[in-house]
Write a protein that binds this ligand. Structure first.
Ligand code: PLZ
Length: 445
């Protein structure tokens, strides 16, 4: 295949006629509960560009929700997948195993935070990894309660819906939810009532007192937290909050689970977001960026916790599929060879100052936050009011789409524009995307 020119090209209205035709077929064939952010139908994608069926070339600030960090159809992944798919496609690792699964586990044990002995287990989706982290933590501790946070997102299966904070669209009408799950406030600096400086300590005090009063420390199996919250709005916890939680967990025999499904694999400028805070989780869940777009997920953690589970207690038909494992090995190799953590830091150094300048110009931008190539702006009413502004968020995002820039929104209040470019995107496309964003603010703010 020829390489995709790294250029934006808008040939038709977006979406164009062929996309519209396909979208009519989608509406007639696909369950309407499966939503669409931007109904352009994709033909090819690579680097920082997505090509649609009308020949439009859009700049990608979404990476399929933080998945194609190494770029779509990255050369090493294409080669590894093609080779593996011609050898064998599936045997089920629990029936007759193969090297790729073991090699991925070895890599995960090496790249995740902490020098302690680790083990990994592989699954298909992020939600499945989260479910298994809770199974393992409960089994190890012999306890059942799980603590999650405001604005958390952990998936759409029954147990992970219970962990996810936001009702619409994730939970509405889908209950009853799994039991013994408790929610506590998140250290959300921008919206902390007494200001960001007090946020970490006060949020930690609330955590301690609520767990004590409502659950009892000795009943808690796990505390689960995204080190930067993803769907909840790219909320970076106040500095020190993560470390306080991790220490509390250690002191109380509780398993600290870091859900790094969105933040992992170089996205935030390091292999994992916990590293910025010097925190070593007991268990870590990964997915998304792990395998360059193929479905794979994992739980990695302390050997004594992972190995507490009886033989046969963990698994699934497809977990650690050989093709997905080949893709993961090629992805991790790409991250090392191309220093994609460094690339994420470069992206931050280009984007953050420009987002900050935009915030200085428009008072409807209440907050600029994030790390590496996981950045966001939170939109508010302005003129001193921090009232969430979902309408403007939608309008700016739609304008970006019309101009050929793929943007995503997020946030409990739907008022966060988030940016997740592939880590291999060039500075030209990055700046062009930011130009489009600026013009969208000029038109709508
Ligand atoms: N944990 C931190 O970000 C997936 C969800 C998109 P799955 N986030 C994107 C949507 O609307 O469904 C995610 C995450 C964190 C868990 C998950 C779940 O991962 O692979 O989607 O199951």
């Amino acid at each position: 295949m020829t390489e995709i020119p790294q250029q934006r090209l808008v040939r038709t209205q977006i979406p164009g006629p062929r996309s519209n035709e396909l979208h009519q077929r989608k509406l007639a064939a696909v369950a309407s509960g499966v939503g669409t952010t931007l109904p352009i139908y994709v033909q090819r994608a690579g680097g920082g560009i997505v090509v649609d069926v009308d020949g439009n070339q859009l700049i990608d600030f979404g990476s399929g929700i933080a998945v194609t960090s190494i770029g779509n159809s990255a050369p090493r992944v294409v080669a590894a997948v093609q080779a593996q798919v011609a050898e064998f496609t599936h045997t089920c690792f629990m029936v007759t195993p193969y090297e790729g699964y073991v090699a991925v586990a070895e890599q995960l044990n090496e790249v995740t935070p902490g020098a302690h002995a680790k083990r990994s287990a592989l699954f298909n989706s992020g939600a499945e990894a989260v479910e298994n982290s809770i199974k393992i933590a409960r089994h190890y501790t012999g306890r059942t309660a799980v603590v999650a946070f405001d604005h958390a997102y952990h998936g759409r299966t029954n147990l992970t819906m219970a962990l996810t904070a936001k009702n619409m669209p994730y939970k509405q009408g889908f209950g009853p939810f799994a039991g013994d799950i408790y929610r506590v406030p998140m250290a959300y600096p921008y919206r902390w009532p007494t200001g960001p400086d007090n946020c970490a300590d006060e949020a930690f005090e609330l955590f301690v007192s609520q767990v004590h009063a409502q659950i009892g420390e000795s009943n808690v199996a796990a505390v689960i937290l995204e080190p930067i919250q993803g769907e909840g709005g790219f909320i970076v916890p106040a500095p020190g909050f993560l470390a306080q939680l991790a220490d509390w967990c250690t002191a109380n025999g509780v398993v600290f689970v870091a859900d790094e499904i969105q933040t992992g694999f170089c996205r935030t400028g390091d292999w994992f977001a916990c590293e910025h805070e010097g925190v070593v989780p007991d268990l870590i869940t990964t997915a998304k960026g792990i395998a360059g777009g193929l479905p794979l997920a994992a739980v990695t953690g302390r050997t004594e916790i992972m190995d507490a589970v009886h033989g046969g207690g963990l698994g699934g038909t497809y977990g650690g599929n050989p093709v997905a494992c080949a893709a993961a090995l090629a992805s991790i190799e790409t991250m090392r060879a191309e220093d994609l953590a460094g690339a994420a830091r470069r992206i931050e150094s280009v984007m953050k100052p420009r987002l900050q300048a935009l915030a200085d110009k428009y008072d409807v931008i209440g907050d600029v936050r994030g790390r590496g190539a996981m950045l966001a702006v939170e939109l508010v009413a302005g003129s001193g009011s921090s009232e969430p502004n979902a309408a403007l968020t939608g309008a700016v995002s739609a304008e970006c789409h019309r101009q050929g820039l793929i943007t995503l929104t997020a946030g409990t209040y739907g008022n966060v524009l988030r940016f997740l470019p592939p880590l291999v995107i060039g500075d030209d496309l990055l700046n062009e995307g930011l130009d489009i964003l600026e013009s969208a603010f000029a038109d709508h703010a």
